[in-house]
Design a protein around this ligand. Sequence first.
Ligand code: GDP
Ligand code: MG
Length: 163
Amino acid sequence: DLPTVAIVGRPNVGKSTLFNRLIGRKLALVDDRPGVTRDRREGDVQFGGLAFRIIDTAGLEEADEDSLTGRMRMQTEAAILAADVVLFVIDARAGVLPADQPFAELVRRSGVQVILIANKAEGGGGLAGAYDAFRLGLGDPIPFSAEHGEGLGELHEALRDAL
Ligand code: GDP
Ligand code: MG
């Protein structure tokens, strides 16, 4: 069985963009079954010699940006429980917001290995937000841009160590 990596974070931080970035051309293999799994997408990733299963969390509830609703919480908890490693994503340009905290709390409580990704930091932007991320207590943030493919080397290194 492949190790499992779950992408976790509040809505709109770029989780699905990261998911697509890692899936790359294998996008067609993403599970998008209607019903229970409609908002939980999974796929197999080959990433520089690393092979793992990846889970993207949340979908339908992403319209609601300010609360961790019951369904989103359950889905996030299930993904964390299934994961060998969690990629915890924040928006480096926004910094750490109150809405990040309940997600971070779920990850901390689980005791699962976590890699902290300060996304939307392309071109060296969002550095303050990346520093801000230290106070989540989830380790050193990796400045990253899912949209522009920056930080992939550091992410690869972190995943290689964690898997
Ligand atoms: P999710 O709700 O966490 O899955 O976030 P999405 O992947 O849907 O992205 C939310 C928004 O952030 C979209 O408009 C993306 O285009 C944008 N976004 C994602 N990654 C980046 C990034 O690296 N840089 C910038 N500037 N925007 C990004
Ligand atoms: Mg998404």
